[in-house]
Design a protein around this ligand. Structure first.
Ligand SMILES: CC(=O)Nc1ccn([C@H]2C[C@H](O)[C@@H](CO)O2)c(=O)n1
Length: 104
């Protein structure tokens, strides 16, 4: 059974709603999203729903493969993205890039 809910830190909500942030990078525990499925997005802090997302792809990635392209899709610099990933997933080398579109 694939996941149907995803939480985001509140500070990313505006970027998601304005389509500036179109991927998220998660660990093994949060990789089971089915392509073309609708997922309800809410804030991590207070579990407030803010949109539905259409999952486009889920792809495994090694930390060393993080690129400027990923950063652009996160609306960050590569350095900012590496810092965020290191803070959320310290010592994890294998993660998953989840691409999505805002469902209208
Ligand atoms: C609970 C939890 O881990 N929630 C997360 C994890 C990641 N994000 C954001 C941060 C970055 O923009 C990307 C890459 O991980 O996804 C998040 O908002 N909430």
């Amino acid at each position: 059974m694939s996941l149907s809910k995803m939480t985001f830190f509140e500070r990313f909500e505006a970027d998601i709603l304005s389509c500036k942030k179109t991927i998220t990078i998660r660990d093994e525990l949060e990789k089971d999203y089915a392509e073309n499925s609708l997922v309800q997005a809410s804030t991590y802090e207070d579990d407030r729903w803010f949109c539905a997302l259409l999952i486009k792809s889920v792809e495994a990635i090694c930390l060393s493969q993080l690129s400027e392209f990923h950063a652009e899709q996160e609306n960050m610099t590569l350095s900012e993205l590496q810092t965020v990933i290191q803070e959320i997933y310290p010592d994890q080398q294998h993660l998953y890039v989840i691409s999505y579109e805002l469902a209208r």
